[in-house]
Structures are given as structure tokens and as C-alpha cells.
Design a protein around this ligand. Structure first.
Ligand code: 5GP
Ligand code: ZN
Length: 141
């Protein structure tokens, strides 16, 4: 088994475990963007999100919520954070086992920095995209 995160799940490589169920495993990122930066992974090997079965994915957000609460999330803005999941090298994925980052955002300098190059609103383009995508979604569901 050569996958780094599969080896972490198996305990062959040590990690600072935060949470574990039969379907998911969470541990501290070794190069945190901020204190508490946690990685949450399915116990199913797949490089990208769409390769993971629903029953594994279904446990991801409830686990992410628990982690966020443990990190300090409340109903106000005292603790802020990002949940990030990268698919593919262009999309900044390095490790080829699906992982969700839970990243505290304590200040401008630490945590996730985001470049968000939003295009101008174009309703004709949106309408076209909507038609195409809706047809494809209907075919899949
Ligand atoms: P990606 O860029 O693929 O979304 O993120 C991969 C993450 O895995 C990075 O944040 C990196 O710091 C983390 N990482 C890489 N190798 C290890 C490791 O051996 N142990 C832990 N705990 N985290 C790792
Ligand atoms: Zn793996």
C-alpha cells in the first residue's frame, strides 16, 4: 500500500488523530496553515471526491462539524474557519487520497488565503450553462 493517507489510516505512519469512525479519519495537518488545521479523510481510497461512495461521504460533513466545534466554533464570529477540498494538481491537490481541510482563520496572516477571480454577471451565459447542466443532472439522478 503506497498511499500516504491509507498508511496513516492503518497506523503505519504516525499521525495526531483527532477523530475516527468506521468510515472517516481525522488528524492534524503536518504543515498547518493555522493552529488546529485538521485533515479529514474517508477510509476508502480514491484520489478525487467523485470517486468516493456516498456512505463514506455522508460521514464527512458531520465529522467536519464536530471538528469545527472542537476547534472553537460558536454561533458568533469569534472563531472563523474554512473547509477546503482540492481535486487535481491544478486545483492544488498534492496528496492523491481525498481529504477535506478544516482550517481555522484566526487573522489575515494565518489560515487559508483565497484568490477569487469572479467574472462579471452574464445572464445569457448562466442560462446556457443552467440548461446544459440541468440536462446532465437529470440524466444522472
Ligand atoms: P492538498 O494540497 O493535497 O489539498 O493537501 C495535502 C495536505 O497534506 C497538506 O496540507 C500537507 O501539509 C498535508 N500532509 C502531507 N503529508 C502529510 C503527512 O505525512 N502527515 C500529515 N499529517 N499531513 C501531511
Ligand atoms: Zn489512500
Amino acid at each position: 500500500m503506497s498511499c500516504l493517507f491509507c498508511r496513516i489510516i492503518k497506523g503505519e505512519i504516525p499521525s495526531f488523530k483527532i477523530y475516527e469512525t468506521s468510515k472517516v479519519y481525522a488528524f492534524l495537518d503536518i504543515n498547518p496553515l493555522a493552529e488546529g488545521h485538521t485533515l479529514l479523510i474517508p477510509k476508502f481510497h480514491g484520489a478525487k471526491m467523485h470517486e468516493i461512495p456516498d456512505d463514506y461521504l455522508a460521514e464527512i460533513l458531520p465529522a467536519a462539524r464536530k471538528i469545527a466545534l472542537a476547534l472553537g466554533a460558536t454561533s458568533d464570529d469569534t472563531f472563523q474557519y474554512n473547509v477546503l477540498q482540492n481535486n487535481g494538481a491544478l486545483a492544488h491537490q498534492v496528496v492523491q487520497h481525498v481529504h477535506f481541510h478544516v482550517i481555522p482563520k484566526p487573522n489575515d496572516a494565518e489560515g487559508l488565503g483565497i484568490h477569487w477571480p469572479g467574472k462579471a454577471t452574464d445572464f445569457d451565459a448562466l442560462k446556457k450553462t443552467h440548461e446544459v447542466l440541468l440536462k446532465k443532472m437529470e440524466g444522472k439522478l
